[in-house]
Every structure is written in C-alpha cells, then in structure tokens.
Write a protein that binds this ligand. Structure first.
Ligand SMILES: [Ca+2]
Ligand SMILES: [Ca+2]
Ligand SMILES: [Ca+2]
Length: 192
C-alpha cells in the first residue's frame, strides 16, 4: 500500500482497530502467569512457539523498544508495538507465516509511517508532520469534488497532532512511538 493522504490512513483505522483488538487473545495466551503484563521470559517463550527463529539478543532489543514507558513489562498497547516489530522481522519465506492475520493492519501502519517520514531518517520530525499535513491542506482545497467546504487540518491542528504523536517530547517520533499513536487514533485501549 502506498499512502497518498492522511484521509486514506484515517479510513483504515476501524479495520486496524478490529485487528489490534483481535490480538487480545494472543496477549492472554502469551501472559502465562496472568498478571496482565508480558514479561521478557513470556515473550521469549511465545517467540519460540511461533517459530520466529530470532536470536535472543534481538528479541530482547525488540522487547525493550516496545517497552515505551520503560516499566520493564509490556502492557497491551505496548504488546501491539511488540507484534508490529516482530511482524517486520518475521521470516519471509517458507511454510506458514506467523502473524499473517496482521498483514493488512501492519501494512497500513508501515505505509503511514513512511508517508510521514519524508526524508527516510527512520523517525518523524516536527517539520515532517507540518509538511505532510500542510500538503494535505493544499491537496484538499484543490480537490475538484470539494464537498461542503471541508478544510483539512490547519497548521495549529497539525502541531497538536504532532504533540499527540511526540510521546517522549524529544522532537521526533520513532516507529515504536508511532505505532502507539496509531493505536490512540484507532481507539485501542489497554483494557477491553
Ligand atoms: Ca505475565
Ligand atoms: Ca511498559
Ligand atoms: Ca524523518
């Protein structure tokens, strides 16, 4: 999928929400001790069960990247981030694909990230959000089927969206942070 406008992403959010919420059963199955959090050992065990064949060190890196609040445990929303990272690293050939049910939702998330990250730096900077949403304004005002005087998000709305995205307040949004943002936009909660 190639993203051409933010609207395209927004339209897909209900499907993304459904897919992500469908991961609660995977979360529960992974949470062997039932404390509502995924510990590193639980994640490693499920990686074994999924036959991901990823080195231990990589699993730990991915786990730490998904642990966005540095609590050393993974809650449900972080678990989706974890699944996204694992999905990116999944084996591409042979046999049954683990996490194949996530393909469409993950494609959307990745395509949306790439659309924002204009300079391919691997993170979304403030200017890129303004640029992406600014271009959106121009595109929607030029659109011939302009219906009912709908205006795209203005510059202040763009700023607001970035602040919402910029969880760690360090001026850029990394991919794991972006996944958490998409979850917020889609309305995915920690609890059912
Ligand atoms: Ca647990
Ligand atoms: Ca955490
Ligand atoms: Ca960038």
């Amino acid at each position: 999928m190639e993203v051409k406008s933010l609207d395209q992403v927004l339209l897909k959010l209900p499907a993304v929400r459904e897919t992500f919420n469908g991961c609660r059963s995977v979360f529960k199955a992974t949470d062997k001790d039932g404390d509502g959090l995924i510990q590193l050992a639980e994640f490693k065990q499920s990686a074994l069960n999924m036959q991901l064949h990823l080195p231990d060190q990589l699993l730990e890196d991915v786990y730490n990247q998904a642990d966005l609040n540095n609590s050393h445990t993974i809650d449900f929303r972080e678990f989706i981030v974890l699944l996204t990272l694992v999905w990116l690293l999944r084996p591409q050939s042979g046999g049954e694909q683990p996490l194949a049910g996530l393909d469409k939702a993950m494609d959307t998330v990745v395509a949306a990230f790439l659309w924002f990250d204009k300079d391919n730096s691997g993170s979304i900077e403030r200017e890129e959000v303004l640029q992406a949403l600014g271009a959106e304004d121009v595109a929607s005002s030029r659109a011939p089927h302009h219906s009912g005087g709908r205006h795209g998000p203005g510059r202040s709305a763009s700023k607001h969206r970035f602040q919402e995205m910029n969880l760690l307040k360090d001026g850029k949004v990394t991919f794991p942070e972006f996944v958490l943002c998409v979850e917020s936009w889609a309305g995915v909660e920690d609890d059912e």
